[in-house]
Unconditional design. Structure first.
Length: 141
């Protein structure tokens, strides 16, 4: 029996996932993190991206997070996300439209604050689209 870690993924809307995993992958602020059971404790910020949870039986579950915090304890991983969505529930058309709007806003903005907001919106839309792409690749494999 493989060693496992309990994973909770929570957003402002409520709990998205709770269960055991053999491995968790998350988009940390400084790069991709891989977390297994008995990982050293840490707390880090998350950037928009794909959180992947590998279950005990090897199934990979994908979640999109728009940012937040990751807390790792030896037996528990907690993702406190601003927004969290199961990858299969992401609306691709909405994500593509948000990407287009953000790109248009970047092209026409001169104010620093508006430019930064448009960049953040673009990063979120791209992260959602990447999560959809990873899910498709996983299903076709």
């Amino acid at each position: 029996m493989p060693m496992t870690v309990h994973v909770d993924i929570v957003s402002a809307e409520g709990a998205i996932h709770s269960g055991l995993a053999s491995m968790v992958y998350a988009p940390g602020e400084m790069g991709e993190l891989g977390i297994a059971a008995r990982h050293s404790p840490l707390i880090t910020r998350l950037k928009p991206g794909d959180v992947r949870v590998e279950t005990e039986n090897g199934e990979m579950q994908h979640f999109y997070v728009s940012g937040g915090m990751l807390e790792v304890q030896p037996d528990v991983v907690t993702v406190l996300a601003d927004t969290a969505i199961r990858a299969e529930n992401i609306d691709e058309a909405k994500a593509l439209e948000a990407k287009r709007r953000a790109e248009d806003a970047l092209a026409g903005q001169t104010a620093e604050l508006e430019y930064a907001k448009a960049q953040a919106e673009l990063a979120e839309a791209i992260a959602q689209l990447r999560a959809i792409e990873k899910l498709r690749k996983m299903r076709s494999a």
